[in-house]
Design a protein around this ligand. Structure first.
Ligand code: NAD
Ligand code: DAU
Length: 352
């Protein structure tokens, strides 16, 4: 894959997508990067201010469920590959409103697959549909030292993970039925700059800043495997260029944290950086009713990715958390903008 490429990245104005777009735009000036995003509450063009004027970058506001528009975009930009991140991504929202998850994550993915199949046409030379999935499709683990490997059966529990699992099945079906060249990756929990402050880490940083309660679900004993978002973007770059078509790769940090222990690290770090005595904000911890169907433990085995393609996480967790907390505290305006919703009105006017 050394030639020029026209790559459609969906969901590029979101958290992970913006890091992927930035990496590809900066690292590959010979590629045209087309960022397609509907700019839902989670999409924010502020995330890409630093690269928005680069000659190899284009933003298109569109909905992945809109087939005619998607086909037009494939034609207009001569798209040869897709990195598909656009999704509804928050588990709590999926419990409240599962329909939008089925629509965006399942029908939206199917719409993109069908457009790619029709535009590219078999035998699909130099095309790739790279689908970004999650470890949540595997279900949950006990505290028994086991890990999710690529051959684990799917057992989603939340409407979010059920919708992601369904989209993964469609992606595989398009390979098995039509020969569409696909790759799927399943990644663990990401953290870092530009994450919407409804997810645990930015929500808690923001709440500590405002001296608001920190809602810990259940007893805070659930375990997640945390990966710095730039390491995920780096894995996507390697897999996009060197991954084996039709294969699946797990991406994870080998970095498991019990929620309550992670929360204490966040509190300690935020307090220190805000100049408060460390531990002041421990009093904000508030145990609340558990999330329905709350998966107990996620832990990814990414040995395959290390052995086959040489990827490993580059950042130690302590360093990643320090960097992340600093970023949110230095970008309080960003936090205020995304929580106020004003930025959407502003950018909608700009890109009309
Ligand atoms: P996010 O919610 O921050 O961003 C999602 C983006 O998709 C937003 O920019 C939003 O505007 C866009 N979008 C939503 N609906 C759309 C539609 N109908 N058409 C076009 N664009 C639309 O999500 P994220 O956390 O960056 O996750 C990105 C992808 O990675 C998702 O597919 C998610 O399932 C997956 N993933 C996330 C994590 C994580 O820890 N955040 C881990 C593993 C996998
Ligand atoms: O594992 C990958 C997944 O990680 C991604 O596919 C999802 O898109 C992403 O949102 C994330 O899902 P989680 O549900 O694990 O992330 P969240 O930040 O919502 O929650 C992390 C843990 O913290 C989880 O055990 C629930 C708990 N939690 C979360 C929130 C928002 C709380 O205790 N209190 C909270 O207020």
């Amino acid at each position: 894959m050394s030639k020029n490429r026209n790559i459609l990245i969906t969901g590029g104005a979101g958290f992970i997508g913006s890091h992927v777009v930035r990496l590809f735009v900066n690292k590959y000036p010979q590629y045209n990067i087309i960022n397609l995003d509907a700019l839902t509450y989670a999409g924010n063009l502020e995330n890409l201010k630093d690269i928005e004027n680069k000659p190899n970058y284009t933003f298109v506001k569109a909905d992945i469920c809109d087939y005619d528009t998607i086909v037009k975009i494939f034609n207009d930009y001569k798209i040869d590959s897709v990195i598909h991140l656009a999704a509804e991504s928050h588990v709590d929202r999926s419990i409240k409103d599962p329909f939008i998850f089925a629509k965006t994550n399942v029908l939206g993915t199917l719409t993109l697959l069908q457009a790619a199949k029709e535009y590219w046409q078999a035998p699909y030379k130099d095309n790739l549909f790279y689908h970004i999935s999650t470890d949540e499709v595997y279900g949950t683990l006990e505290f028994d030292g086991t890990f999710f490997t690529e051959d684990r059966k799917y057992e989603p529990h939340s409407p979010y993970s059920a919708s992601k699992a369904s989209s993964d099945h469609f992606v595989r079906a398009f390979h098995d039925t039509y020969g569409l060249p696909i790759i799927i990756t399943n990644c663990s929990n990401n953290y870092g700059p530009y994450q919407f402050p409804e997810k645990l880490i930015p929500l808690f940083i923001n709440n500590i800043r405002h001296n608001k309660p920190l809602p810990v679900y259940g007893k805070g004993e659930n375990v997640r495997d945390w990966l710095f978002v730039e390491d995920h973007a780096r894995a996507i770059d390697i897999i996009f260029h060197k991954g084996k078509v039709a294969d699946t790769y797990n991406i994870g940090g080998f970095n498991e944290w019990k929620n309550i222990d992670l929360i204490k690290v966040i509190i300690k770090t935020v307090d220190r950086l805000l100049g408060k005595p460390e531990g002041t904000s421990l009093s904000l911890i508030t145990y609340v009713t558990d999330r329905a169907g709350h998966d107990l433990r996620y832990a990814i085995d990414s040995t395959k990715l290390k052995n086959e393609l040489g990827w490993e996480p580059s950042l130690q967790f302590e360093e990643g958390i320090e960097k992340t907390v600093k970023w949110y505290l230095e970008n309080q305006q960003w936090l205020d903008n995304v929580t106020s919703g004003d930025y959407q009105v502003y950018y909608e006017r700009m890109y009309k």
